[in-house]
Design a protein around this ligand. Structure first.
Ligand SMILES: Nc1ncnc2c1ncn2[C@@H]1O[C@H](COP(=O)(O)OP(=O)(O)OP(=O)(O)O)[C@@H](O)[C@H]1O
Ligand SMILES: [Mg+2]
Length: 317
């Protein structure tokens, strides 16, 4: 339903996205995960036709995203931007009616569409609220309702859980899986790994504008499992320990965080013991060396080298 071929947007200075090949089948939720500045919003704007690629192509339902196809793409896609626009001087009803007009929905059909969209997002009670008075979580719901007004087949949601507290994130997750159950194809982005990750059928992990992993959560964790992800705990001297690890033949990556070093290891379990004695021989004070649990969060940490920050949402991005 969503497909890109070597999609590239070059902002200069090595920024942007490079050669992205994304595949999102119909009726699936695709989690587009990457740290701040990885290129998620850039990709999303390219998919919605709000930005032109430097090279490569994007398709929604086999229709190429080009200026000539803008109207068709708009009908197909409901887009939730990462920032809620300034519509403070309106009620929720006026706000949604405004977008119904923009989507050329006939006046006599609008009430039904608005009611349905607010029902799907559990926001019916907000109908007469002033937009200015809405909390962040309420705004995300109304924003999501806006994307549903013209009943699009595809939803593209940029950080739908951004700034939400844990309870609101769970509610958002439930809403999103309900929309998938209605047959929508959903691409959602996140720079953190909140509970939303668990709702995704497929995941793509983006780092510095490149897709470093794509597939089901099980596939991605399996690929890494072949490689073994190890956690080495040391008693001080972390930088030196990192260097020593990287000098060991089977260590592909070593990422330090405090007194712990996360290693991508291509050797066997027996060779783990060799690594331990090698490190001890190099004067590294090894406290422990163990296999990491490979859940999605660990995968994210390993492939991006960035700490997922579950609290970032509360502190504001
Ligand atoms: N209009 C622009 N001009 C120049 N550089 C840009 C522009 N928009 C984005 N960039 C750069 O491209 C990179 C990707 O930005 P993008 O906004 O797509 O990241 P993101 O993954 O959405 O990040 P975040 O999690 O912070 O929302 C960043 O380095 C950013 O500085
Ligand atoms: Mg963004």
């Amino acid at each position: 339903m969503i497909r890109t071929e070597k999609l590239t947007r070059d902002y200069g200075d090595g920024r942007g996205i490079l050669d992205l090949d994304l595949h999102v089948p119909k009726g699936k939720i695709f989690g587009y995960i990457g740290p701040n500045g990885a290129g998620k919003t850039t990709t999303i704007k390219l998919l919605c036709g709000l930005l032109r690629p430097t090279s490569g192509r994007a398709f929604v339902n086999d229709i190429e995203v080009t200026p000539a196809n803008t109207q068709t793409i708009k009908r197909l896609v409901g887009y939730l931007p990462d920032i809620f626009g300034v519509y403070d001087q309106m009620s929720v009803w006026e706000y949604l009616d405004f977008f119904c007009a923009a989507y050329r929905i006939k006046p006599r059909d609008r009430k039904e569409r608005i009611d349905e969209a607010l029902r799907l997002t559990d926001a019916a009670y907000m109908l007469d609220y002033q937009v200015a008075s809405l909390s962040r979580g309420m705004r995300q719901r109304v924003g999501l309702a806006k994307t549903l007004l013209h009943d699009p087949e595809v939803l593209i949601l940029d950080e739908p859980a951004g700034g939400l507290d844990p309870k609101a994130r769970i509610e958002m997750r439930n809403t999103i899986s309900r929309l998938r159950d209605l047959g929508k194809t959903i691409l959602l982005s996140s720079h953190i790994l909140p509970e939303l990750a668990s709702v995704c059928d497929l995941v793509g992990i983006l780092k510095h504008g490149r897709l470093v992993a794509q597939g089901t959560v099980a596939e991605i964790t399996d690929t890494l499992r072949e490689k073994l992800v190890l956690v080495l705990a040391v008693d001080g001297g972390t930088p030196r320990a990192v260097m020593a690890c990287l000098n060991f033949p089977n260590v592909a990556e070593a990422i330090a965080s405090g007194d712990e070093i996360r290693l991508v290891f291509s050797g066997t379990r027996r060779e783990m013991a060799d690594l331990t004695s090698y490190l001890v021989g190099k004067g590294v004070r090894v406290r422990s060396l163990r296999e990491a649990e490979t859940n999605l969060e660990q995968v994210f940490l390993t492939v991006t080298g960035d700490a997922a920050q579950p609290d970032a949402a509360e502190t504001g991005e």
